[in-house]
Design a protein around this ligand. Structure first.
Ligand code: DGL
Length: 265
């Protein structure tokens, strides 16, 4: 692992920018290459085999760009592919999974809600984590139908967005949950809409992205880069403007270091 190499981050699309943001905040002296596989988004309804195949392609690309660590900023790709990737590549991987443990620990009603994609919810990892950390907690799951598409299209605060979000959140609110886990990296971009819909119900929203940034920080150890000469490159296999618009939602970042590139990978 060479100190001056970059951190690679990928997601099925623009959602992993919610993780990129936390890594930038914690590791400001690191160059980062972000890859949005928006052409193949959403991953959620795809088979594990398809997701593994797509993830391999992106990992090969990031390694060809001299990345020293890869953050799989996608719960769905983590669930389907990370164990295979770890076997096949030497590079260290950081994955994402729904934050069941903190939700169960924080819950006063002993009822938590997990909003995620089909792929994440059917994964063995999620089942195992729920069995281990939420033994005495009612775990209510809900697929976020249509939410990834809203974020990909930068449609995060329209009337229609509120309706789609309400449809997903209402069944969980009706179960009297007091913790809502955002089990997909696209969902933090819908936080305002989620808060508006869940308003009076006093529900704590849990986004695992800061914990993923800490894990990346720890794994890099002595291999952290230590100068100010850094860059942020953003690649998309789909519409590069969607990625650009998503990055623009993050405030207080020096845009001179940005470069957006359409990928034909
Ligand atoms: N951001 C991905 C995740 O965290 C989105 C999944 C999808 O493409 O369906 O699961």
């Amino acid at each position: 692992m060479a100190n001056n190499s970059s951190i690679g981050i990928f997601d099925s699309g623009v959602g992993g920018i919610s993780v990129w943001k936390e890594i930038v905040a914690l590791l400001p002296n690191e160059s980062i290459i972000y890859y949005a596989d928006s052409k193949n988004c959403p991953y959620g309804p795809k088979t594990d085999g398809e997701i593994i195949e797509l993830s391999r392609k992106v990992v090969d690309f990031l390694i060809s760009k001299d990345c020293k660590i890869i953050v799989v900023a996608c719960n769905t790709a983590t669930a389907a592919a990370i164990s295979t990737l770890r076997k096949e590549y030497k590079i260290p991987f950081v994955g994402l999974e729904p934050a069941v443990k903190p939700a169960a620990l924080n819950s006063k009603t002993n009822k938590i809600g997990i909003l995620a994609t089909e792929g994440t919810l059917r994964g063995n990892h999620f089942k195992r984590t729920s069995e281990t950390y939420a033994k005495n907690t009612e775990v209510n799951v809900q697929v976020g139908y249509g939410l990834v598409e809203l974020v990909e299209n930068n449609d995060i605060n329209s009337e229609n967005t509120l309706k789609v979000v309400e449809k997903c959140i209402k069944p969980l609110i009706d179960k009297n949950i007091d913790q809502l886990v955002l089990g997909c990296t696209h969902y933090p971009f819908l936080c305002d809409a989620i808060k508006e819909v869940s308003g009076s119900h006093n529900i704590n929203i849990i986004n695992p992205a800061p914990a993923v940034a800490s894990r990346t920080f720890d794994l890099l150890k002595k291999n952290r880069k230590n100068d100010k000469n850094i860059f942020y490159h953003f690649y998309s296999s789909g519409n590069i403007n969607q990625l650009k618009n998503t990055v623009k939602l993050i405030k207080n970042i020096d845009t001179n270091k940005y470069k957006f590139i359409s990928s034909r990978n």
